[in-house]
Design a protein around this ligand. Structure first.
Ligand code: FES
Length: 159
C-alpha cells in the first residue's frame, strides 16, 4: 500500500493526486494527455499540470522520470499556500463561532497538519477534514492536533 505521505497533488483544479492519476492511466490504458483529460479532466481547466501529466504518462510508458525534487518543492509550496488560505478563510470563521481556534501547521505531499485549540467535538473535527478535502483534494490526509499535548486526530480515511 502506498504511504499517503508519499503522494502529491498533481492537478490542483480537480484535486487529483499522482497515485490516483497513475491508477486512471494504468486501469484505462491511457496514452495521451487528451485521453487523461477526457477521463478525469486533469489538465482540462487551467492546464498548469499538463507537463506533470505528460511526465507521468512518460514514466508509465517506461521513459525516465521527469519530476524533480525542485518540482516537488514547488508543488508542496503551492499546497501550503492553498491549505493555509482554506484554513484562514474557509474554516477558522466557522470554528470561531463555536469558540474554537485553528492554526495551519504544514502541508506536504498530500497531507495537511493543523492545530485546534478549544473543546473541539468530533463534529467540528469532521467539518475541518471535509472542508479541506472539498477545497484541496478528496485524497487529502488531514492530521489534527488538539490543544497542546494530545495525540493527533486523523479522522476517517478518504473515501
Ligand atoms: S492544475 Fe490541473 S487543470 Fe489546473
Amino acid at each position: 500500500m502506498t504511504d499517503r505521505r508519499q503522494q502529491r497533488l498533481v492537478c490542483k483544479c480537480m484535486g487529483i493526486s499522482d497515485v490516483r492519476l497513475r491508477r486512471y492511466i494504468t486501469e484505462n490504458s491511457l496514452k495521451t494527455v487528451d485521453e487523461v483529460r477526457e477521463m478525469c479532466n486533469a489538465s482540462g481547466t487551467c492546464g498548469a499540470c499538463r507537463a506533470d501529466v505528460e511526465g507521468i504518462l512518460g514514466e508509465i510508458a517506461g521513459l525516465a522520470p521527469t519530476f524533480t525534487d525542485e518540482d516537488q518543492e514547488f508543488v508542496d509550496m503551492e499546497l501550503r499556500l492553498r491549505c493555509e488560505a482554506t484554513v484562514e478563510n474557509g474554516v477558522a470563521p466557522v470554528l470561531a463561532e463555536k469558540g474554537l481556534e485553528i492554526q495551519f501547521i504544514d502541508a506536504y505531499g498530500l497531507t495537511a497538519e493543523v492545530r485546534v485549540t478549544g473543546e473541539a467535538d468530533e463534529g467540528a473535527l469532521k467539518f475541518i477534514i471535509d472542508r479541506l478535502r472539498d477545497y484541496i483534494a478528496a485524497d487529502l490526509e488531514v492530521v489534527i492536533y488538539r490543544n497542546r499535548d494530545e495525540e493527533p486526530w486523523h479522522g476517517p480515511p478518504p473515501a
